[in-house]
Design a binder for this molecule. Structure first.
Ligand code: DX5
Ligand code: ZN
Length: 234
């Protein structure tokens, strides 16, 4: 269902909190079920131990996941030198490839290369990164990811102060009629998703809130219900 020309709230479980030895079944666990139609995207956190102080997974695992699921992959690259490393993820078949503004001097050209490789292009900002330099180039991206924790680890506490950035981007999208989805990542749970939805987020990344319990699909359904309720009452 669409309200005001926007897609319905999307949930993107982050497999960072899943069992890495069983990724195919962990991804299948957020597909269609009795309680939820299935998630729109699966969020894949790529970390290089340089841009962030943690190391996760890279292209070989993304390639395997692409064979294991039809759910579009939303790859969040927390890496240095995205100009070199990001386009191959799109070439491999990742649906959306998001890189960090702090990791490049020319985000628009990285986005161009991702799109040329067949992917959607996303720009991410850390909690302390100001929006100003990017407001005039929003049209070059398909998604804008606002980090609501410092990137690097799952299970951290949501930082509500970043919602001002969400509101600013939402206003700009509406006034300039941009086709850009706002994504939020970090600390999204039953107790924080409503304020993020209220601020204007389209796509909610949730790691520990989905994979921390024993029924990921039910967790997704509950997050979706809360975000949808906010949207319908706006
Ligand atoms: C953190 C990652 C997030 C992380 C979110 O750097 O980008 O995607 O998995 O985990 P939660 O939802 O547990 O904060
Ligand atoms: Zn992420």
């Amino acid at each position: 269902m669409c309200t005001s020309g926007r897609p319905a709230p999307m949930i993107a479980p982050s497999i960072l909190s899943a069992d890495f030895a069983n990724l195919a079944s962990e991804v299948a666990a957020v597909g269609p079920s009795d309680v939820d139609p299935g998630v729109e995207w699966v969020h894949v956190d790529v970390m290089d131990n340089h841009f962030v102080p943690n190391l996760t997974l890279g292209m070989p695992i993304v390639e395997s996941l692409l064979k294991a699921t039809d759910i579009p992959l939303d790859c969040h690259l927390m890496i240095d030198d995205p100009g070199r490393w990001a386009p191959p993820y799109a070439e491999a078949g990742a649906y959306n490839v998001t890189f960090h503004a702090e990791a490049t001097d020319d985000p628009s050209s990285v986005a161009r290369d991702i799109r040329a490789a067949g992917g959607k292009a996303g720009l991410a900002v850390k909690p302390g990164t100001p929006l100003d330099p990017y407001l005039e180039i929003l049209g070059n991206f398909d998604t804008f990811l606002v980090m609501s924790v410092e990137p690097g680890f799952g299970g951290q506490k949501f930082m509500p102060e970043v919602l001002d950035k969400v509101r600013t981007i939402r206003k700009r999208i509406d006034s300039d009629e941009l086709r850009l989805l706002i994504e939020i990542d970090g600390g999204i749970s039953d107790s924080t998703i409503e304020q993020a939805a209220e601020a204007g987020v389209d796509c909610f990344v949730a790691g520990s809130a989905v994979y921390g319990g024993d029924d990921p699909s039910a967790r997704v359904a509950e997050l979706r219900r809360k975000a949808t309720e906010v949207r319908e009452n706006r």
